[in-house]
Design a protein around this ligand. Structure first.
Ligand SMILES: Nc1ncnc2c1ncn2[C@@H]1O[C@H](COP(=O)(O)OP(=O)(O)OP(=O)(O)O)[C@@H](O)[C@H]1O
Ligand SMILES: [Mg+2]
Length: 365
């Protein structure tokens, strides 16, 4: 097995209509030997391009890529010992599922008996054992995706690169496959990069998350850290469902943050940490689960009115106005609030953050 390192990797594409497009800009990070890292970001942020450069299917415009100790800038894809599961599966259409799964091992001249054993084991795990004699065109999208996964797993490479490998599965199968992938990694500890735009997948699978936005990496951190301490507004709003609430306003007094049509009373400890920003315009961020209804006799931090309630069984999400913004609070499942009813809320500022409106970066006291 091997870890990998990207050093100042940039990929520029020449696009006829848009001119030069920087799909990835100055990416520097490492994936440790045996680590499971998730690339998380919206469509077009450079996830597939990053994987393709690591796999050797695309050449970076500048920068270095190391796999293990080896600089692989000029090493062709087939010599990198990487298995990539493509976003669009890329199965061999004329081959049966069994042949698709065994192709890599046959190329390595592994004995037939061993290939059959491996293929059967992986097919069972992925629940495609009944489909082994079919051709890809006779499969559903989700089944094809599992064949593509199986083809990578059977090969037991140094590095797995997974490009949204569960995107076509139904919700239940997706959760099941997520658990399978975690178990697989627990057993094999193969160095893995897993691309997704699904923050739940990122939070549950990744030992670390590499956030990507417009080809730039705003933060690399373990899931809990990235959730509790987002470095910038993009990360704050991309991770979490509902996302972190943000409001633009001014720190008007030591413990008063106010904007157009709203006022929030800050906790003394949080206010004290940020006293040097008095008078400054900022974004304040608070997670929905850090907002609750006041207990009787308690002074509210925010007074507002409810817009909509969503009852989800395990929790109730309250949508409410905060000036021009709509904020959410994650409340107890038995909370009953009518639309337009007054909401007196208390906030926990342990995880709250201020962000700079110019740079979008978190302001650390
Ligand atoms: N061959 C190419 N020529 C020109 N531009 C390209 C090419 N490949 C990718 N791009 C551009 O590079 C950017 C990143 O694309 P990429 O496919 O890496 O995004 P992604 O994060 O994988 O998105 P998605 O989640 O939609 O798969 C996009 O703006 C895309 O249009
Ligand atoms: Mg992609």
């Amino acid at each position: 097995m091997a870890g990998l390192i990207l050093e100042h990797v940039t990929k520029l594409f020449n696009d006829r209509s848009r001119g030069e497009v920087a799909a990835v800009r100055d990416a520097t990070f490492d994936v440790k030997d045996g680590e499971f890292v998730v690339f998380l970001g919206p469509s077009g942020c450079g996830k597939t391009t990053s994987l393709r450069m690591i796999a050797g299917l695309e050449t970076q415009t500048s920068g270095n890529i190391f796999i293990g100790e080896r600089l692989v800038n000029r090493l062709p894809a087939r010599a990198r010992d990487i298995a990539m599961v493509f976003q669009d599966y890329a199965l061999y259409p004329h081959m049966s599922v069994r042949d698709n799964l065994s192709f890599g091992l046959r190329n390595l001249h592994v004995p037939t008996k061993q290939i059959d054993r491996e293929v059967d084991r992986v097919a069972e795990m992925l629940q495609i054992d009944a489909l082994l004699n079919r051709k890809p065109r006779e499969l559903s999208g989700g089944q094809r995706q599992r064949v593509a996964l199986g083809r990578a797993i059977v090969r037991a490479p140094q590095v797995f690169l997974f490009d949204e490998p569960l995107s076509n599965l139904d919700a239940k199968l997706r959760v099941q496959m997520r658990v399978e992938l975690l178990e697989l990694h627990g057993k094999l500890s193969t160095t893995t990069i897993y691309v997704t735009h699904d923050q739940v997948e990122a939070m549950t699978l990744g030992q670390r998350i590499v956030a990507l936005n417009h080809g730039v990496i705003p933060q690399i951190a373990p899931p809990a850290r990235i959730y509790d301490h987002p470095n910038n507004m993009f990360v704050a709003q991309f991770i979490g469902s509902p996302p972190m609430n943000l409001a633009f306003g001014r720190l008007e007094a030591a413990n008063v943050f106010a904007g157009e049509g709203f006022t929030i009373r800050l906790a003394p400890a949080f206010a004290a940490q940020h006293s040097q920003w008095l008078g400054r315009e900022l974004y304040l961020g608070i997670r929905p689960e850090d907002i609750r209804k006041v207990r009787s006799g308690e002074t509210p931090d925010v007074q507002t009115t409810a817009k909509v309630m969503e009852y989800l069984g395990s929790e109730a999400i309250a949508y409410f106005s905060l000036g021009k913004e709509t904020w959410t609070a994650r409340l107890a499942p038995d909370t009953r609030v009518q639309p337009r009813e007054q909401l007196d809320l208390a906030c926990d500022f342990k995880r709250a953050a201020f962000f700079d409106p110019q740079t979008q970066q978190r302001i650390t006291p």
